[in-house]
Structure formats: C-alpha cells, structure tokens
Design a binder for this molecule. Structure first.
Ligand SMILES: N[C@@H](CCC(=O)N[C@@H](CS)C(=O)NCC(=O)O)C(=O)O
Length: 205
C-alpha cells in the first residue's frame, strides 16, 4: 500500500470527499492541514499553486477532482465497469455544476446583494440541478446512485450537501428533495463515515 499524504488548508472544503473515501475504504493517510499564514511560502511548491494536493509515495497530484477520482478507483468506489464509472461521473459533474453556481455568491461583497443573489441562485439554478440528481437516484431504485452499493457519487452528495449548507446558510438544502435528504442521511450514518464525522477537526466549512 502506498504512503498517502493529503495536504489542505484547515477546512473540509474540496478535500473532504477524499477524506470520506479514505475513511470508507479504511485506508490510512496523513491528513496534513497547513495554516493559511504558511501558504505564501508553500504555494510555489504545489503543482498548480492550489490545494488540495495528494502525495502518493511522495509524488504530488493536484486538482481535487483528479485526487478524488484516483482515490475512488484505487479503493473500488468509482464503479465496477465503464458504464458505472460514467454514471458516477455524471453525478460528480452535476455536483460541479452546482459548485460553479455558488462562485458568484461567494464573491459578492455587498451583504444585501449577496442575500438576494443567494436566494435567486438557489431557487432558480441549483434546485433544477438537485432535481436532476433526485431523478438519477430514483431511476436506480432510490438507494444508491449507481449499482447496489455505496460509491463515489453517493459520498460526493454528502460532501456537497455540507458545502450548500455552509455557503447558503441553509439548515436543510434538500428540504424539497426528500430522496436526496434520505440518501445523504443514510450515507452519513455508514459506520466508517460516521466515525470520521465524529472525530474530524472542527472547521467553519
Ligand atoms: N480546481 C482546483 C481549485 C483549487 C482551489 O482553488 N483551491 C483553493 C482553496 S479551495 C486554493 O488553493 N486557494 C489558494 C490559492 O489559490 O492561492 C481544485 O479543484 O483543486
């Protein structure tokens, strides 16, 4: 087994999906969290000047999606055949589309405009995409996004729920999507994932 070191800021953020998958796979890794104050010195040493970065026996891989998909493939969470892999990625890409919608909300500095934008982006853009996700889940029987077991797409929905809750200040972003809400609850109670949630460091997002 290679030696894994996951480098990120002291947040869940873009690294949390990978942390969940390490937990689900029961694989040891170093969860290396760097202080923001040390970032200017470290930035030039990272492959794309960003975090997260995963070191695999000392080889650095950048880009959170490349990292997550590598880890999923290594630990049999990416799909058992080419079609299942595409179905997992279909969910992943829809979640990225949702993340892309969050960007302008985070960048808006004026609090009044931000509140308005937050509501319109959620109601008019993100809900449409949540509905697509609910359809994918329903089409596969409602329990898992793909096949008959937990995979990357299922875990990614949990990570995205957390982002939506943090960045939209919504207690229940899946209020109008009962299948997604039930699915996210079920994944968060998977024993190894629940154990990680219970022991992980506190962070604002
Ligand atoms: N596409 C990249 C984006 C990475 C990214 O923007 N990371 C932010 C933190 S979430 C970062 O490193 N910011 C510090 C900087 O750009 O100097 C990924 O998914 O990993």
């Amino acid at each position: 087994m290679p030696k894994y070191k996951l480098i990120n800021f002291p947040v869940r953020g873009r690294a949390e999906l990978t942390r969940y998958m390490f937990a689900q796979a029961g694989v040891e890794y170093e969860d290396h969290r760097i202080e923001f104050a040390n970032w200017p010195t470290l930035k030039p040493t990272m492959p794309t000047g960003t975090l997260p970065v995963l070191e695999i026996d000392g080889k650095r891989i950048s880009q959170s999606q490349a990292i997550a998909r590598y880890v999923a493939r290594e630990f049999n969470l990416a799909g058992d055949n080419n079609l299942e892999m595409a179905q997992n990625e279909q969910v992943m890409e829809t979640l990225i589309d949702i993340d892309t919608e969050i960007g302008p909300v985070l960048q808006e500095k004026d609090e009044a405009k931000k509140a308005k934008l937050r509501k319109s982006v959620f109601d008019e853009k993100i809900k449409t995409k949540l509905k697509y996700l609910e359809n994918f889940l329903a089409a596969n029987g409602g329990e898992f996004f793909v096949g008959k077991k937990i995979m990357m797409a299922d875990i990614a929905l949990l990570a995205s729920f957390d982002n939506l809750r943090s960045f939209f200040s919504l207690d229940e972003p899946f209020k109008d999507f009962p299948k997604l809400a039930a699915h996210k609850d079920k994944v968060s109670k998977e024993p190894k994932i629940a154990a990680w949630i219970a022991k992980r460091p506190e962070s604002p997002f």
